[in-house]
Design a protein. Structure first.
Length: 287
């Protein structure tokens, strides 16, 4: 992929482990820039967040996906490519991934992609993945903190026609064209065997994400080049499939939750407190 710089890990404060054998892994890790504050304005027409100029950060769940990708590369060798969809300012999270240890990154950005719901977003990112070429694994955070739908990863896998697993706690040994994952199904934890390529949505707190390396940042910030993909780069050029036009679901109404700061301190014996609390609940018709 032209225009992308590959940076050696040695010398930038990133741990290197001895390769355990097997073929190198081509890994795409998806990251998203989300608001770093709850003070975000809503577009009254489209019902979408106004992200321009808002304090932002990398989606916390994506940090676990980046760390998992880096550990797999350290164990098996290969290449980690960070991928993000968003406006120009979203390059910041790609740079953060590079400073953590990713080899390079691509931003998917076009006005035609604005206002996308989960289906349109998954289609867009899947088109970008196809443009990037061969891969063995796609890693995502299990959900984002601005939408919390936990649907984009699974829908991407469907567009790409590959298996996927959500709530992944760990990735086991990769042997030939298969590997195992430990998955949290709430009621139980299972171990599943999966083929390559596959898409994994990583659960939270499964690993401890490393911090971006200051030495790596200072050593690469002048030379790092992030590739940008637009609609014209895609196999599917139909604008009706992207952004608001390609979104079958739209927000009907956005409103701030009501805030009630009134409170009452209940004192007295346990019996008196219980009686008073029951009276309040009954008065408000909760019981």
């Amino acid at each position: 992929m032209s225009g992308i710089q590959n940076f050696p890990m040695t010398g930038y404060g990133v741990s290197i482990y001895q390769k355990s054998g097997g073929r190198d892994l081509e890994i795409i890790v998806c990251v998203k820039q989300v608001p770093g504050t709850n003070k975000v304005e809503i577009d009254p027409v489209t019902g979408t967040l106004k992200r321009e100029g808002v304090e932002s950060k990398m989606n916390p769940y994506d940090l676990f996906a980046v760390e998992t990708a880096l550990r797999l590369r350290e164990k098996y060798g290969g290449h980690v490519h960070a991928l993000s969809m968003g406006p120009g300012q979203a390059k910041a999270v790609l740079l953060e991934a590079v400073y953590m240890g990713a080899d390079d990154g691509t931003l998917v950005s076009d006005r035609a992609f604005a206002g996308a719901d989960v289906l349109s977003t998954s289609r867009t990112i899947s088109q970008a993945v196809k443009k990037l070429g061969k891969y063995d694994l796609i890693l995502c955070g299990k959900q984002t903190t601005d939408g919390d739908t936990a649907q984009v990863g699974a829908e991407m896998a469907e567009w790409l026609g590959i298996p996927h697993a959500n709530n992944v706690m760990s990735v086991g040994d990769v042997k030939e064209e298969k590997f195992t994952v430990k998955v949290n199904l709430d009621s139980c934890i299972t171990t599943q065997e999966m083929p390559l390529p596959s898409l994994l949505c990583m659960d939270a707190e499964v690993v401890t994400p490393r911090l971006p390396s200051y030495r790596r940042k200072k050593g690469t910030e002048e030379s790092v080049v992030l590739k940008v993909l637009t609609l014209s780069d895609f196999e599917d050029h139909d604008k009706a499939h992207y952004g608001l036009s390609g979104s079958p679901t739209q927000v009907e109404r956005i409103f701030e939750p009501e805030k009630n700061v009134s409170r009452e301190n209940i004192t007295g014996s346990a019996a008196e407190q219980t009686e008073r609390l029951y009276g309040i609940l009954k008065q408000r018709k909760f019981v």
